[in-house]
Write a protein that binds this ligand. Structure first.
Ligand code: ATP
Ligand code: MG
Length: 362
């Protein structure tokens, strides 16, 4: 996967700018608040329709403007592709692939694949299970549209089931719940099945890349924190049983307490929970290793690496870890942001882009 150009118009702090990336490592440098993260946010939006930063699309439009446009030219194993997105202050965004509007964000997925690391990705190995589920959901949605659609369906049924659980009418709850449970378990089973498969592949790859970056000093392990196993039908049965078992509790609490929306990953370094005991550098190495492992999964699945985006990934890492990370990054198109290019050994051999106040310094 190769992104050759990115055009931004009235996006965040950019008026109008065009980035040209090379096929290897690209270093985007500049002081704080100059627009480095904004530029990679645009790429990730074109890949997934999802902003890691913005809660509302309106925030993406340059202050004082009423619309914004982002557009990328890319080349994948399937050929050339152009993806664009228009944002408006008064209506929903519009995405296009090769100039043709896509009706659903699901159709955007898979046109340009990228794996993104930002400092907020550290939440993956720190705080709440939501962030680990988000990691699974975003990775898997890019890999499988079936996952994306099952997830959308699951969320919809889940919210209907939760509404029902809040009802005062116990008889109605008892009558209707089994119907919801059948469809919730079916959508949930697809999600869990694909997650299991993903984690089974991801885990040894993440262990391997963590060992490589830490020069064999540390061992990372990744496991599911739940036990639904087997094929999709087996998992469906297990989920139905779990829902039945928790029924009284769910009614009492007024929401669904079991299922893939509650599942988590266990991430350990040298046998201890990295959330609780990991140092900053260890946590960063672990989060990066998960991302590197994700790039390998893309390669296995699609026959080519995704674009790796490393936003402010290198700070807190000792020199040897930075160098190891760079040597992995060299295997694919990588876009690295940092404040000082000098943080990167031999940065002169890479494509360097310097940004100031939403403009490339030429
Ligand atoms: N909609 C918008 N319109 C205009 N400016 C915006 C908009 N959204 C964000 N900005 C500006 O963009 C700047 C931040 O850009 P960005 O997050 O890309 O910085 P950065 O170069 O990654 O900095 P750092 O090194 O601190 O991470 C901020 O100054 C912010 O005010
Ligand atoms: Mg930034």
């Amino acid at each position: 996967m190769l992104i050759s150009k990115l055009r931004l118009k009235n996006f965040r702090n950019y008026a109008e700018e065009e980035f040209e990336y090379s096929s290897g490592v690209n270093i985007i440098s500049g002081g704080n608040a100059q627009g480095k993260t904004n530029s990679v946010e645009a790429i990730f939006l074109l890949c997934t329709g999802y902003s890691p930063k913005a809660r509302r699309d309106k925030q993406l439009i340059r202050t004082g403007e009423t619309s914004a446009k982002i557009e990328a030219d890319a080349v994948s194993a399937y050929g050339k592709v152009n993806v664009s997105m228009d944002f408006y202050s008064d209506r929903n965004k519009e995405a296009k692939v090769n100039g043709i509007p896509v009706a659903k964000i699901g159709e955007l997925l898979g046109n340009i694949n990228s794996v993104l690391f930002t400092p907020s990705e550290l939440k993956l190995v720190q705080d709440a299970p939501e962030d680990r589920r988000r990691f699974l959901d975003i990775s898997l949605s890019q890999i499988s549209r079936g996952y994306f659609y099952a997830l959308q369906k699951y969320k919809k049924i889940l919210s209907q089931r939760n509404n029902l659980l809040k009802s005062e009418d116990r008889d109605m709850i008892l009558d209707t719940l089994p119907v919801w449970d059948v469809s919730l378990a079916a959508a949930g089973a697809k999600i869990v099945y694909l997650r299991n498969d993903f984690i089974k592949t991801l885990s040894p790859l993440a262990t391997e890349s963590h060992a490589a970056i830490s020069d064999g000093e540390e061992e990372l392990s990744v496991e599911c924190d739940y036990k639904y196993e087997g094929g999709e039908e087996d998992i469906c049965e297990q989920l139905k049983n779990a829902l039945k078992e928790r029924m009284e509790k769910d009614i009492e609490l007024g929401y669904t307490t079991v299922g893939p929306h509650r599942d988590d990953l266990k991430i350990k370094v040298n046998g201890t929970d990295v959330r609780v005991f990991g140092s900053q550098g260890q946590q960063r190495t672990a989060a990066l290793s998960l991302k590197i492992a994700e790039t390998e999964i893309f390669r296995q699945k699609f026959g080519e690496y995704p674009v790796l985006i490393l936003d402010d990934a290198l700070s807190e890492l000792q020199r040897s870890r930075r160098e190891k990370l760079l040597s992995v990054a060299e295997k694919m198109q990588t876009i690295i942001t940092c404040t000082e290019p000098e943080m990167i050994e031999n940065h002169g051999k890479y494509n360097n882009i310097r940004i100031k106040n939403g403009e490339i310094i030429r």
